[in-house]
Ligand binder design. Structure first.
Ligand SMILES: [Zn+2]
Length: 141
């Protein structure tokens, strides 16, 4: 039985956790490094439901996924969280695909691209947590 975990997770909590994971120093404009307090809400992503910010200093549009592995991946925060969790735990591609609600090929491609593309701070944190959880650093995928 596959539990509909993506449907059960709270979107706001998932987004908050991902923000802290992907941007431990806080979400900032990728061009001028201004914080979101110096940006205005530009729009909300149709599929991801993420807020796109427009920087008041340089007009750059960015969101939670900008500059990270998840950029343009069209995953909502719950799906991104479940994908990270599945890979970190060493779950099978099939299991992750069913939990996240995407194809196995998508999970395979996403997992292959994940390493080295999370962003420097998040990558280090992810590798550390993955090593703790699985006891090794080998790729299962
Ligand atoms: Zn800016």
């Amino acid at each position: 039985m596959i539990l509909p975990l993506a449907d059960l997770l709270d979107a706001h909590s998932s987004e908050r956790w991902l923000t802290q994971f992907l941007h431990p120093s806080g979400l900032r404009c990728p061009r001028c490094r201004a914080g979101t307090n110096e940006a205005r809400l530009f729009r909300r992503g149709r599929r991801t439901r993420l807020i796109d910010y427009r920087c008041n200093r340089c007009d750059t549009v960015y969101n939670l996924y900008t500059g990270t592995f998840f950029f343009r991946k069209q995953l909502n925060p719950q799906q991104a969280l479940l994908l990270l969790r599945g890979i970190q735990k060493g779950d099978s591609v099939m299991s992750i695909a069913m939990e996240v609600g995407v194809s196995r090929r998508s999970v395979y491609n996403l997992a292959r691209c994940l390493r080295g593309n999370l962003g420097h701070e998040a990558q280090a944190q992810f590798e550390l947590s993955r090593t703790r959880a699985t006891g090794c650093r080998d790729d299962l995928l």
